[in-house]
Design a protein around this ligand. Structure first.
Ligand code: C2E
Ligand code: CA
Ligand code: CA
Length: 728
């Protein structure tokens, strides 16, 4: 037996190979034995048998890789065994090792699928060679099958990936017709694959994007120069329901490359076979972009344009007006009583009210006008094409009229009005900043005049405005610099023929401007909140005055103090008055609070509460300027009122029937309610006589005295002959 045979016969020892069992079948036991030894020496696993039946059993087990088969055997011949292998599709290789020398026998064996035919007596080299080759061939076939299986699996995988891709994956032929499209197209566009195969891509393109699509869908380039991330819109199949905001169009981002049938990727026309591309649904990104763009240019509360968008539109309108020689109107709106609503009803209702106001303002405008919200309760309107003041006047009037109707916000009835300032391009400014600033200034001037109206900008406003600003700054310093003084005007009881009280009236001794009356600074102080410290100063000043008079033995008089709206809201109002009165051992009845109807009406509940507290301290309550405000008789019963002060405008016009009857009505009503009446602004004897005739015996006015510094006022109190001097 040769000893030098390769041990790795049939590659049986290599890593990727399998170890196969060799079955040797021969009825010649000697042969059988020597073949076994030979195979074993070659390192192979061998089973041997001289029985056909046993051979079949082994074969049926499916574990035999190679069969060394003798042909001539009793009972079951080698040919029969081969037939069995064929009919039972047994996977094994066969080498016939036979003494049969005829050509037919060999041919028959090969036809039966034998790999080789070796004649006995065989050369060992030949036999081992043949075995080696048979096993290698098997291994090769096995490897091939394995490879094929892997390929099939990987193709399945790719198909899966392509179909499950979140993107549309497609291929086009050279004419631009679909040759492949993945399943994604069904969910995204509503077309089935079959509806699209063979169709031209343009069937899917939104008309406006055709030009752009032509370059991408006809892509012939490969590599870096090919189309990447080109945005297009695809048209969905009719009624296909997708999530996009424009329900018929799907925004996509497409990347495409040319395909060539040679591997080089050369862009040779002859070898171009089509285009491969991927289309990604970018709806979500588009929505996000759209939202961001919207937020950048709109006010989120009202969804109205914001300052940035207004700026764009205004600049556009200005350049157009310059070209076409027309005007642009800019209207600046500020809601008048918005802060009150916000403070009393809360921000939620305030926000809702702003939204409703926005809608109502919008309804007063044309489509080409722009309404923007540029701050808390500030709106701006742009009328892009006007010829004179009449357009803005019309819009302003319409807005004022429309806002008069109450707003119902979550069951609350809210009344709001607005002050409107108007500036025109080019008369009042050549750029956006100036126009808005000047419209704002015009708005400010209407606020100064009592709100709820409109003003056109004019050049004098600038001065007024700066004066206003200066005044505000000066006023903040005035308190610390002791520039305020109180004057006192006597109130006289005609029956008793004597002074019963003094009204304290504030004056400002301005270092440069001289003596300033309250009509010039009180409303500004109220607007800016400076009225709070000023008001507190007035009260403590009056109490000190009373204390001083008390030291001089004057007890039987009182001082009337004017109170502004926001003072009623002041937290420490009651306590400070109480402590100060107590500190000087004064009685509450020596103090009187004058308050106007409008002040109470602004916040009736709080008004009732505070006035009751004051009243409980013995402090008298007078309604100032009575007859000019809301004149709601209902609240008179709810409030602890001691006195009605008939407004001086009625006294001035007492000779007119209308005013006379109003005065009469007030006096009669007060008598009915058990309330005192005082008339202010009494300047003449005639007026006094009329009032006495009407049973009004309390008066105040220039007839008796102007407001005077404390020292002079108290002299009148001491002077017993003064009253008679006035009357005679
Ligand atoms: P008011 O409370 O109605 O005060 C009466 C105003 O009428 C005073 O003007 C007074 O000088 C003026 N007056 C008095 N007698 C006559 C008259 O016979 N004829 C005419 N035509 N006028 C007369 P004044 O002092 O300029 O004050 C104006 C307003 O300023 C006051 O109106 C009051 O509302 C406010 N005010 C004055 N002092 C204070 C204060 O300390 N606090 C607050 N919050 N407001 C004040
Ligand atoms: Ca008063
Ligand atoms: Ca008054």
């Amino acid at each position: 037996m040769p000893r030098n045979k390769p041990q790795n016969i049939g590659n049986q020892e290599t890593d990727c190979s399998r170890r196969e069992t060799i079955l040797v079948v021969d009825d010649d036991l000697l042969h059988l034995h020597s073949l076994r030894t030979l195979m074993e020496q070659a390192g192979l696993t061998v089973i041997t048998t001289d029985h056909g039946e046993t051979a079949l059993e082994h074969l049926n087990s499916g574990n035999i890789g190679l069969l060394l088969l003798d042909l001539n055997m009793p009972r079951i011949s080698g040919s029969k065994i081969m037939d069995h292998i064929i009919t039972h599709k047994i996977d094994t290789s066969i080498i016939v090792v036979s003494g049969e020398t005829s050509f037919e026998a060999a041919e028959d064996a090969l036809r039966h699928g034998a790999y080789d035919y070796i004649r006995k007596p065989y050369s060992i080299d030949n036999l081992l060679n043949s075995v080696d080759n048979a096993l290698k061939k098997r291994q090769l076939e096995f490897d091939n099958k394995l490879m094929q299986k892997k390929l099939q699996e990987s193709e399945k995988l790719h198909r899966y990936i392509v179909n499950k891709s979140p993107d549309i994956v497609y291929m086009l032929d050279t004419e631009g017709r679909f040759t492949f499209v993945n399943k994604r197209v069904e969910t995204l566009l509503g077309y089935s694959k079959n509806e699209l195969i063979g169709q031209h891509y343009s069937k899917l393109i939104y008309a406006d994007d055709n030009q752009k699509a032509r370059f991408t869908f006809n892509e012939r380039r490969t590599g870096k120069r090919s189309s990447v991330n080109i945005e297009l819109r695809l048209v969905c199949k009719d009624n296909h329901n997708i999530k996009h905001f424009d329900t018929r169009l799907l925004p996509i981002e497409i990347s495409a490359v040319g395909i060539y049938n040679n591997q080089s990727g050369a862009q040779d026309n002859h070898k171009f076979i089509g285009t491969y591309g991927i289309a990604r649904d970018v709806t979500d990104r588009k929505i996000a972009e759209e939202t961001i763009r919207f937020q950048a240019y709109h006010d989120l509360l009202t969804s109205l344009p914001n300052r940035s968008l207004l700026k764009d539109r205004l600049n556009q309108a200005i350049s157009q007006a310059r070209r076409n020689d027309h005007k642009v109107a800019v209207m600046f709106l500020d809601l008048d009583r918005f802060k009150v609503v916000n403070d009393t009803l809360g921000h939620m209702i305030g926000d809702e009210l702003l939204r409703s106001v926005g809608q109502r303002l919008q309804s007063c405008l044309r489509d080409c006008d722009t309404l923007a919200r540029i701050g808390g309760d500030e709106f701006t309107i742009l009328l892009p094409e006007v010829h004179d003041h009449s357009s803005a006047t019309e819009v302003a009037k319409k807005i004022i009229r429309n806002l008069k109707k109450p707003f119902i916000v979550e069951g609350h009835e809210c009344f709001i009005s607005t002050s409107i300032g108007i500036a025109h391009y080019p008369d009042d400014g050549s750029n956006m900043e100036t126009l808005i600033k000047n419209a704002d200034m015009a708005m400010y001037s209407i606020k100064g005049e009592g709100k709820d109206g409109y003003h056109f900008y004019d050049k004098n406003m600038q001065e007024e405005f700066s004066a206003h600003m200066n005044l505000e700054n000066d006023m903040r310093r005035a308190l610390n610099n002791d520039q305020f003084v109180l004057y006192f005007q006597p109130q006289i009881d005609i029956n008793q023929k004597k002074i019963v009280a003094f009204e304290a009236l504030i004056r400002w001794q301005h270092p440069e401007k001289g003596f300033i009356l309250p009509s010039e600074f009180i409303s500004l102080a109220e607007e800016t909140g400076i009225i709070q410290p000023i008001g507190s100063w007035v009260i403590s000043q009056c109490i000190q005055q009373l204390a001083e008079w008390k030291k001089r033995g004057i007890y039987n008089t009182r001082i009337a103090v004017n109170l502004s709206a926001c003072q009623l809201k002041q937290d420490n109002l009651i306590e400070t008055i109480q402590t100060q009165l107590a500190a000087h051992g004064l009685d509450g009845s020596q103090l009187e609070i004058e308050i106007t109807e409008n002040v109470i009406m602004k916040d009736i509940e709080n008004g009732i509460r505070v006035l009751n507290q004051l009243h409980n301290m013995g402090i008298k309550i007078a309604i100032d300027d009575f007859g000019t405000g809301y004149s709601s008789l209902l609240y008179l019963k709810k409030l602890p009122i001691d006195t009605l002060k008939i407004d001086k405008s009625f006294i001035r016009d007492i000779h007119l029937d209308e005013d006379l009857s109003i005065i009469k009505a007030i006096i009669t009503m007060a008598e009915g309610l058990g309330i005192d009446v005082i008339s202010e602004g009494v300047e003449t004897m005639a007026q006094l006589q009329q009032l006495v005739h009407l049973n009004c015996f309390n008066v105040q006015g220039f007839l008796f005295s102007r407001p005077l510094p404390a020292a002079e006022a108290i002299k009148l109190f001491d002077n017993s002959s003064w009253y008679d001097e006035v009357i005679n």
